[in-house]
Design a protein around this ligand. Structure first.
Ligand SMILES: [Mn+2]
Length: 309
């Protein structure tokens, strides 16, 4: 049988990579085949690399294009977040936890749930199918849920996510999952080895709104002051990306997961509209907003309101 590629979004994060690996494992078990192959749409980030090694997984190979492939999309559904070639791919299933912006020429399996991580949906699939979750898969799924829910602090985190964090931590033999989550975030936010472009594009999403394309990058830190010396260069790079890649605006928000607030750095054409979306005034292209930590649930919806009119 023809291979079926399971793939997450571009700028792959831990949830995207873990979901591809675990869902391929689950599908292969269910079908008693090796037909399902996890792949990625780009290089993995530092905490993903760490979690893969910790739980003894090889890094999936990078797919160049979806064209002419049979694919299952995980952890995204919008075209703008897919690897290129999607219009020539055969999509057989989608499993995701983001807002839905999807159309396809045929009926397909479409599993979207408002949970904190795609990994949670997959852990639930194992249970529903009475499949045992190995220690390794449990560790990988746990890592993904911890990052995607910001160690349960994100407003996207649900009771269901917490239930699976606890279950998976037991199977993976991680005694203190909060401490392990913090370890992941320390790796994620180690900025001293990264260029401004790597910081901005590390977790970056394009939103094609009716009134223009907006790019929103997010980086988490356990101490916002780590970014004091970097801000100027980050703003310069944001401006460069915005002009070169023809964005209405490009935004990086730096989330302090201890203080539970975010510093927004903005480069754009019409900043008053950005201010409308953020509900705050910018000063020197930046503003700190307490209580905002989720792109999906807090930032993107506000931009949609203003820019999709
Ligand atoms: Mn996710």
């Amino acid at each position: 049988m023809e291979k079926i590629y399971i793939i997450g979004h571009t700028s792959p994060d831990l949830d995207t990579v873990a979901s591809a690996i675990a869902y391929a494992n689950l599908k292969n078990q269910l079908t008693k085949t090796e037909n399902y192959l996890p792949v990625i749409a780009g290089e993995v980030n530092a905490e993903t690399d760490f979690a893969l090694k910790k739980f003894h997984f090889e890094k999936p190979s990078i797919l160049e294009s979806l064209a002419q492939k049979k694919v299952i999309l995980v952890d995204h559904n919008e075209n703008s977040q897919s690897l290129k070639g999607r219009e020539k791919a055969e999509i057989i299933e989608v499993l995701d936890h983001h807002k839905v912006d999807f159309s396809y020429s045929k009926p397909i399996v479409f599993k979207v749930f408002p949970l904190g991580a795609s990994a949670t949906i997959i852990a639930r699939c194992y249970e529903k199918n009475n499949l045992e979750i190995s220690k390794e898969i449990a560790g990988l799924l746990l890592s993904a849920i911890l990052v995607d829910t910001v160690i349960t602090k994100s407003p996207t985190c649900t009771e269901e996510d917490i239930k699976y964090i606890e279950k998976l931590a037991k199977i993976a033999q991680i005694e203190d999952w909060r401490a392990y989550g913090l370890e992941l975030f320390k790796i994620r936010s180690s900025v001293n080895t990264k260029t401004p472009e790597e910081i901005i594009k590390g977790d970056f999403k394009d939103f094609n709104f009716k009134q223009g394309k907006i790019g929103i990058g997010q980086v988490e830190t356990v101490d916002l002051s780590d970014f004091d010396d970097l801000k100027e260069n980050l703003l310069k790079k944001l401006k460069e990306i915005q002009e070169k890649e023809n964005y209405h605006s490009v935004i990086l928000f730096i989330t302090d997961i201890m203080k539970e607030g975010s510093l927004f750095l903005v480069a754009g054409k019409d900043l008053s509209k950005i201010e409308d979306a953020l509900g705050e005034k910018l000063k020197n292209n930046e503003v700190y907003i307490p209580g905002i930590i989720s792109r999906k649930k807090q930032v993107a919806p506000k931009f949609m309101e203003i820019f999709d009119k």
